[in-house]
Design a protein around this ligand. Structure first.
Ligand code: PLP
Length: 403
């Protein structure tokens, strides 16, 4: 009999299913068995879809807006994406590609820019799908590690990037996510500028995934990268509908703003493998980003952030990082590693701790190892208040029994 491994491409064998989607499955399975679940797992906004978004999608179906469209996306949406990002004076619609979620924008970028074996650089705690997508595009991946230790909350500096570029002269692009999933850190204008300048100087693309950019707390605003003649050839920005609105992850709509040649290559690619995103969902997105932005979601998440901080401050086994943006609380749980649970199991990794919290307390968290950072848990607080309060109580009780 043929070795089953040989039936698949080698690179596919290295992928595990998306951890975050697996968490959604675990939560649903526990609910179906009538077990309690406190869900800090999946990074997805809850609540009701805004009626104007729902109606625009429904109207497009009713009106038969269901024929093939321009693979780059609806012109009106490309124009609206620039206005939504405040980039309408710096770019034209030929620089905008509408994609099936931010994910497809990122995958298109790797496909369009990387020759086999080129290196793609990520920051120290990359979001779970970056690496599989880069590898699927036949690129190699390397992480830029922060030199200054944990005090900088895993943010990388221009010096860190320079060092990694020296190690990888074949690097094609540096991908930075800000606000960062999983750490929820926000790069300042100065920090962004320093990293962007290194990329421009080295003629390496600087890809900014800004998917959570409207969710910035404490009265701050999202720091924008500099867009001018010097940076435009090397700067690519990825965004989408999934995080800054309620219940929009499944609409699968995103947009990328890129130099003209890159945007054209991305459109060419997706013209062959998706023909562009579904037209009714593009109409839904158009309605979403052209209406005046409702800051209610941001304010609600800021309130939940505070609720979670209060709920965790009395759990001595964890250290909670500040959360200036997005909706993730990154917990340092290194003090729990090496301990033994009442059922005799030894907790020796963040994945082991996440499994223990799920089994013993019904708490769903994402282990730091999924983001290349062992010793941490990522907790999404885009979850009902009672999950935050009761879930943290359950975490505190479960951790108190570790010896
Ligand atoms: N980038 C980051 C940092 C994310 O957290 C996610 C989704 O969780 C994505 C990209 C993919 O977004 P989308 O659902 O719009 O494809």
């Amino acid at each position: 009999m043929t070795d089953p491994k040989s039936r698949l491409a080698e690179k596919v064998g290295t992928f595990r299913p998306s951890l975050t989607l697996e968490l959604k499955r675990l939560a649903a399975a526990r609910v179906a068995r009538g077990l309690p679940v406190y869900d800090f797992g999946l990074g997805e906004t809850k609540g009701d879809l805004a009626p104007h978004i729902a109606e625009a999608g429904a109207r497009a179906f009713r009106d038969g807006e269901t024929m093939y469209g321009d693979p780059a996306g609806l012109s009106a949406l490309r124009d609206a994406a620039l206005r939504w990002l405040g980039l309408e004076r710096q770019y034209a619609i030929e620089n905008v590609v509408i994609t099936s979620g931010a994910k497809q924008g990122l995958f298109n970028i790797f496909l369009a820019l990387c020759n086999p074996g080129d290196t793609v650089l990520f920051d120290a705690a990359p979001w779970v799908s970056y690496q599989p997508m880069a590898i699927a595009a036949d690129a190699r991946v390397a992480l830029v590690q922060p030199s200054a230790g944990a005090g900088n909350f895993l943010k990388v500096t221009a010096e860190d990037l320079r060092r990694e570029l020296r190690n990888h002269p074949d690097a094609r692009l540096f991908l930075l996510n800000s606000p960062v999933n999983p750490t929820s850190q926000l790069y300042s204008t100065e920090e962004l500028e320093a990293l962007l300048s290194v990329c421009v100087e080295r003629q390496v693309y600087f890809v900014l995934d800004r998917l959570y950019w409207r969710l910035v707390f404490d009265g701050a605003v999202f720091p924008e990268p500099r867009v001018d003649e010097e940076t435009r050839p090397w700067l690519i920005q990825v965004d989408g509908l999934s995080k800054n609105f309620r219940r929009t992850g499944g609409i699968r709509l995103g947009w990328t703003v890129a130099p003209t040649d890159v945007a054209r290559a991305m459109v060419n690619l997706q013209s062959h493998y998706t023909s562009g995103p579904a037209i009714p969902t593009q109409h839904a997105a158009l309605a979403g980003i052209t209406a005046s932005y409702d800051v209610e979601l941001r304010d609600d998440l800021e309130r939940k952030r505070n609720l979670l901080l209060d709920a965790t401050c009395n759990i001595p086994q964890i250290k909670v990082w500040p959360t200036p943006a997005a909706f993730y609380s990154f917990w340092d749980v290194r003090a729990c590693l090496g301990k033994t649970a009442p059922d005799g199991r030894r907790i020796d990794s963040s994945a082991g701790l996440a499994t223990y919290l799920l089994d013993s307390a019904g708490v769903i968290t994402a282990p730091g190892s999924a983001f290349m950072q062992e010793g941490y848990l990522r907790n999404s607080f885009a979850t009902p208040d009672e999950h935050i309060v009761e879930g943290c109580r359950a975490v505190g009780q479960a951790l108190a029994t570790l010896r």
